[in-house]
Design a protein around this ligand. Structure first.
Ligand code: FA5
Length: 339
């Protein structure tokens, strides 16, 4: 009987049928279980040898089923491998890769440039004290020039910073001049209650720059700004300084660069002047140094605040600043970083 059953196991050629056969042979109603149950009717001296034999038959059948099960599974796998061919020459599915935001790319370039010249790169709080944002920048309460930067106040003394310039006061206050000059840039986001339009956003970026040492001149400022323009836009661009006013610099300037659109000849973009304004700068006001505990008769230097949003607009010919903040990937992926 055992051999006969074994043959029936070998004859099965599909896994489902094999499982049915297993239930039939080894299940509660199967012949082996029945035989073991009927043992109680046998004379006591025959029971051990019968029991042993029945158990052996059960194990043999179980092993045969397990072996057949592995054989069938292997056969199914082989069948699959033979029939499901993979064409490794087909192009793979493209993996979407993220990239730094276009404004971040400009900031990264500036960081590289300034770090190469020994500047520190610092970041400061966006929720700032009135003291640092205005007062220590030579803008006492009720100073009319506060109106130049319409402010989001949180309390009377706390506000969303309107410029990265408070980082000038913060670093001047803590810098140890006995260890060397102060050279830093501080990129970050600033906020103003400006009405959004193609060239203004209520939230935008600035990169502050500050150099304080013993013999810093305006020529150093101009040379530095020229380097910025050439790094971002190429050598054919010139920088022009125009007199301007900021309460924290004296003299103050605004820097223009050659209009990218007309190569300096004049067009709509630059209102036929050949130049575009990109940043504010100047020689740090003695009051700013004094308030931060630095002696203006010994130390002096320059500061600048540039707007990477405007740089990005110029560099890529983007005609509306709001595009940078809409997070439309179709727009943003145009500026994929190469390499
Ligand atoms: C300032 O914020 C001064 N703190 C800059 C400065 C620093 C001067 C150090 C002197 C010394 P201003 O408000 O002009 O200046 O802004 C500087 C730059 O930020 C502008 O040239 C422009 O590029 C950018 N900017 C200003 N307002 C906006 C705005 N609403 N949206 C986008 N960019 C803006």
């Amino acid at each position: 009987i055992r051999d006969e059953r074994k043959q029936s196991i070998l004859d099965v050629d599909d896994l489902k049928k094999l499982d049915e056969l297993r239930v039939q042979l080894l299940g509660k109603k199967g012949p082996v279980t029945q035989a073991l149950r009927s043992m109680k009717d046998l004379p006591a001296d025959e029971r051990p040898s019968f029991g042993q034999f029945a158990n052996k038959v059960r194990d043999d059948l179980k092993n045969a089923i397990d072996d057949r099960n592995s054989e069938l599974q292997q056969a199914a796998l082989n069948f699959k491998l033979q029939h499901e061919k993979i064409d490794v020459t087909l192009p793979g599915a493209a993996v979407t890769q993220g990239q730094p935001h276009v404004i971040q790319q400009i900031v990264d370039q500036l960081e590289d440039l300034f770090m190469g010249m020994g500047y520190q790169v610092l970041s400061g709080p966006e929720v700032e004290e009135d003291k640092y944002n205005f007062e220590m920048m030579n803008l006492p309460k009720d100073h009319p020039a506060r109106d130049m930067q319409d402010t989001f106040y949180i309390t009377k003394e706390i506000l969303m910073r309107t410029q990265t310039s408070p980082m000038q006061a913060r670093t001047l206050e803590t810098h140890d001049f006995s260890k060397g000059p102060l050279k830093m840039i501080s990129p970050g986001v600033v906020y103003r209650r400006d009405t959004d339009d193609p060239t203004h956003s209520h939230q935008f970026h600035q990169v502050e720059g500050l150099v304080i040492d013993k013999h810093v001149t305006m020529a150093d400022l101009k040379g530095t700004l020229e380097l910025v323009a050439h790094t971002l836009f190429g050598d054919r661009f010139d920088v022009r300084l125009r007199p301007s006013y900021f309460p924290f610099t004296e003299p103050s300037v605004e820097a223009d660069i050659t209009c990218f659109n007309c190569g300096g000849k004049g067009c709509n973009v630059c209102k036929y002047t050949g130049w575009i304004e990109v940043l504010g700068a100047g020689m740090v006001h003695p009051n700013v140094l004094k308030m931060a505990g630095v002696d203006p008769t010994v130390y002096g230097g320059f500061a600048f605040g540039l707007g990477p949003d405007r740089f990005a607009m110029l560099k890529y010919g983007v005609d509306d600043i709001r595009n940078f903040y809409l997070n439309d990937v179709r727009f943003l992926t145009q500026f994929a970083k190469k390499g």
